[in-house]
Design a binder for this molecule. Structure first.
Ligand SMILES: [Zn+2]
Length: 377
């Protein structure tokens, strides 16, 4: 899987090739469960191993199982890194592993490579362990571990290739639909819908076909797939609608901009003191954005010089990455707001003229009430 999740309750376990590596507390439950279920099965199968060896074999198998998941996630990660995309973290949790990738590939073919890289690693590991099993005809605990690893890696590859988001097969499907239609969101929407189907089938299959504890577990994973797939569909619906609008259509001018040539005295009297606004945009004579000033700037200057100090002398520059162009599609604006964790972002004409600001709350309200975005005058 490659997906964005919260890292609540996760423990930082170090770094792998510069990628922060997290283990969720739920992972320890699975470690104990796999050790117990495999250990007790081996104990029943091989009474001659005594009591300790089956459990130890189960424990080593469980650790190697997680190493297999980790290598699968590293496969996705290296494919992303090769495209210049940063990998923010790799986490192991209840349902397996997740590589948190900073952004989508630029092209559907890039996304296809990232999606396929994980299952390809799993298939390669299956080949390796299956080959070892055949070539060495290992017996005893070592044989049991190798044959389990061959099976687990094959299962990982097959399960992950089920054709629905958030699984790798869903990402493959997304990339293909994206490639054919030229629209990324159509790809996500389509694979989100098939993902919901995959999730429902897993729940039904788990509860009514497999039955017992394994079936229940399968159904729980099905629920996880279903609810994530639904989130993807919703995300694609919102982003798809936003991509048809531009920043200038959503820009509002609710907050006054401060003229750069104004004195700190007038900034205080006319803007800062009568309002709860913390940060103000600063424009030049022609209305072009030249900087930003905080209320706090007043406190750092002695009151005696307020009247003779222009705002331009103490304002901060605004980084170009914290502004958007008037004709930029709104889906990109929303992504920028989220990436930079900004509540609002200035919208500029190519000349630098300040049109207004897009506020994240306006975009959210637009989708909550399905009301049209206020258009800039
Ligand atoms: Zn994967």
């Amino acid at each position: 899987m490659q997906e964005v999740t919260q890292k609540k309750g996760a423990i930082r376990a170090g770094s792998l090739f510069g990628i922060p590596f997290f283990i969720d507390v739920s992972w320890f439950l699975i470690l104990a469960f796999v050790t117990w279920s495999y250990g007790s099965a081996l104990g029943a199968q091989h009474p001659e191993w005594g009591t300790l060896v089956p459990w130890l074999t189960g424990f080593v198998s469980a650790l190697l199982l997680f190493a297999s998941v980790l290598l699968h996630e590293l496969g996705h990660s290296f494919a992303a890194i090769a495209q210049g995309i940063r990998v923010q973290s790799i986490s192991l949790f209840l349902f397996g592993g997740v590589a948190q990738i900073e952004r989508e590939s630029r092209s559907p073919w890039g996304a296809l490579v990232v999606a396929l890289a994980g299952p390809l690693v799993s298939i390669a590991l299956f080949g390796l362990f299956y080959g070892l099993e055949q070539a060495l005809s290992l017996a005893g605990p070592a044989g049991a571990v190798v044959s389990l690893l061959a099976m687990v890696n094959l299962a990982l590859a097959i399960f992950n290739m089920l054709p629905g988001l958030p699984l790798d097969g869903g990402n493959v499907l997304k990339a293909l639909v994206w490639g054919v239609t030229g629209n990324q969101y159509k790809g996500i929407r389509f694979a989100g819908i098939t993902g919901q189907g995959v999730g429902v089938l897993m729940m039904l299959g788990g509860l009514f076909v497999i039955g017992n504890f394994n079936g229940l577990w399968f159904a729980i994973i099905g629920w996880f797939v279903f609810s994530n797939a639904r989130r993807y569909s919703e995300y694609a619906r919102v982003q798809g609608r936003l991509s048809g609008l531009t920043a200038v259509q959503a820009a509002v001018r609710t907050e006054p901009a401060v003229p750069a040539h104004a004195s700190l005295r007038s900034f205080a009297d006319l803007y800062a003191l009568g309002s709860s606004q913390v940060s103000f945009l600063v424009t030049d004579y022609d209305g072009r954005l030249v900087g930003r000033i905080d209320r706090g700037a007043l406190l750092r200057q002695p009151t005696e010089i307020w009247a003779i100090t222009p705002v331009s002398a103490v304002m901060q520059p605004v980084d170009a990455s914290e502004t958007v162009a008037a004709d930029q599609p709104l889906d990109e604006v929303l992504t920028r707001l989220q990436e930079k964790r900004l509540p609002r972002i200035p919208v500029l004409q190519p000349s630098g003229l300040l049109v207004g600001q897009v506020r994240i709350e306006d975009i959210q309200r637009f989708f909550a009430r399905k009301e049209p975005l206020r258009l800039a005058s």
